[in-house]
Write a protein that binds this ligand. Structure first.
Ligand SMILES: Cc1cc2nc3c(=O)[nH]c(=O)nc-3n(C[C@H](O)[C@H](O)[C@H](O)COP(=O)(O)O)c2cc1C
Length: 455
């Protein structure tokens, strides 16, 4: 069989365009209504997407007067979606900087059980400076420190997920034997940031461990992804930078001793789709006209760690001197590089830059016919830029439906995308191996974990 594309649906507000929430083609259900997300999840599953994904920030944005977000907490959303779907993978974002590994390991293992093996965690270190104010208020944790903590966090959660063998549970109601103690072990972690004894207080989850997704793109972020991620989200405004990222990350994964095809790279794609190119462009203009440049200015400031752009006029060409040096930014450093590369290349005015970022915050934005969008996907997929895409419809649900009913059938006819699900778990959809633990080693002599079991 031909190499297969992987498609993830990124669910964000009423669509990825900043002004989508006002457009008549977007849903009018409240963004706190679970039926909205359940409906989208079911549409994604009917269209055979590998997975759906929810991002998260740990502070209210400064633009709430003019723009909503996805308001519900993502892990909680997954539990509600698991109950109304059976195949599609479920990815939620959670932070290594502002949660404890034991809580997080337990929550994602629970979602994996509830969904019968469809859970994934988007590992973030939380770039938004305001988040720090909600967790102790000692100020933004520096980029390098966030990743250092993230490294230790990962070794703790992985050890917790591996702390039960898959055959640890006996559950024999007649003999009264519930579990094999020799197949459950403490982790006894003592590190710089965490002290965790373990084991996890729950049996091993159906996928062994939840699937791990990551989206760091700075040098440190890439090395982190190469070590831990099964799938990598990334934002590119051009195919050339996506190819550079793809080659670099695959090489980094190989240097970590991993098989490059077991680290899937999924760049974002926000496509406005219509029957003709002119109609797609008209629709894109129509949504753009609903944009408020002040929302964009605030979001740009957030990306650059709170830098003040209020003095910049909207209609003069920008130069890199108008921005802080990305190396000094403690927020989403690599996205600031994406933005600065665009400024160097095109010298847009602030209004034009904000217009572009309004589309999908620095991800690839396009407008065209289903055929054109399918051509672009095939081109990136076959020319070393992507293993699949993080599909970011500008308007939800209308542009998800356009993608599902018009673009996916073309990809299927070209033999690039599944025509039915062949597996049931997300690990199977993504073609990932079982994550072996120490218990899978036949020479491992089980050890008792001692008093940690007493409740
Ligand atoms: C598709 C995508 C989704 C992301 N979702 C989140 C998110 O929900 N929360 C968050 O704090 N960061 C999110 N990020 C940001 C990344 O985790 C990362 O901080 C960012 O890409 C900058 O990389 P760097 O930290 O290595 O500089 C996302 C990035 C991408 C590309």
């Amino acid at each position: 069989m031909k190499r297969q594309l992987h498609l993830n649906l990124f669910i964000h507000g009423r669509g990825h365009h900043e002004a989508s929430w006002r457009h008549p083609d977007s849903s009018s259900l409240p963004l706190t209504d679970i039926r909205y997300y359940q409906d989208l999840a079911q549409r994604a599953e009917a269209a055979l997407f590998d997975s759906i994904f929810f991002a998260d920030q740990l502070a209210l944005g400064g633009d709430v007067a003019q723009a909503p977000r996805t308001w519900l907490e993502p892990i909680t959303i997954l539990a509600a979606l698991a109950a109304v779907t059976s195949r599609v993978g479920l990815i939620a974002t959670a932070s290594t900087t502002y949660t404890e590994p034991f809580n997080l390991a337990r929550q994602f293992a629970s979602i994996d059980h509830i969904s019968n093996g469809r859970a994934a965690w988007n590992i973030v270190t939380s770039w938004l400076a305001a988040a720090a104010e909600n967790f102790g208020g000692t100020g933004q944790v520096a980029h390098a420190d966030r990743y250092a903590r993230g490294e230790e966090f990962m070794s703790v959660v992985k050890a917790l997920w591996d702390s039960w063998a898959s055959d640890a549970v006996i559950d024999d109601q007649t003999t009264g034997a519930y579990a094999r103690l020799g197949r459950i072990r403490s982790i006894n972690h003592r590190g710089d940031f965490y002290r965790v004894t373990g084991p996890l207080n729950m049996p091993r989850c159906p996928q062994g461990r939840p699937v791990l997704v990551q989206a760091g793109s700075s040098d440190t972020g890439r090395r982190f992804a190469a070590r831990y991620a099964d799938a990598v989200f990334t934002a590119h405004m051009a195919k050339a930078t996506a190819q550079e990222f793809y080659a670099d990350l695959k090489a980094l994964a190989a240097a970590e001793g991993r098989r490059p095809d077991e680290v899937l790279i999924l760049p974002g794609l926000s496509a406005m789709i219509a029957g003709t190119e002119a109609e797609a462009e008209r629709l894109a203009r129509e949504v753009n006209e609903l944009t408020d440049p002040e929302v964009g200015r605030k979001r740009l400031s957030g990306r650059f760690g709170g830098h003040d752009f209020s003095h910049l006029p909207l209609d003069r060409s920008l130069s890199p001197a108008d921005f802080p040096d990305p190396a000094s930014v403690e927020a989403a450093r690599s996205r600031t590089e994406v933005i600065l590369n665009l400024v160097k290349r095109d010298q847009p005015t602030l209004r034009q830059l904000l217009g572009y970022l309004a589309g999908a915050r620095g991800h690839f934005v396009t407008a065209g016919t289903p055929e054109q969008v399918a051509d672009l996907i095939e081109d990136w997929f076959t020319n070393g830029a992507a293993d699949g895409f993080n599909i970011m419809p500008p308007l939800l649900p209308a542009q998800l439906d356009a993608f599902s009913s018009e673009v996916i059938p073309i990809l299927q006819r070209r033999g690039l995308f599944r025509t039915e699900y062949s597996g049931t778990t997300l690990r199977e959809h993504y073609g990932l191996p079982w994550p072996a633990s120490v218990f899978d080693d036949p020479n491992f002599k089980g050890e008792l974990h001692g008093a940690a079991a007493g409740i």
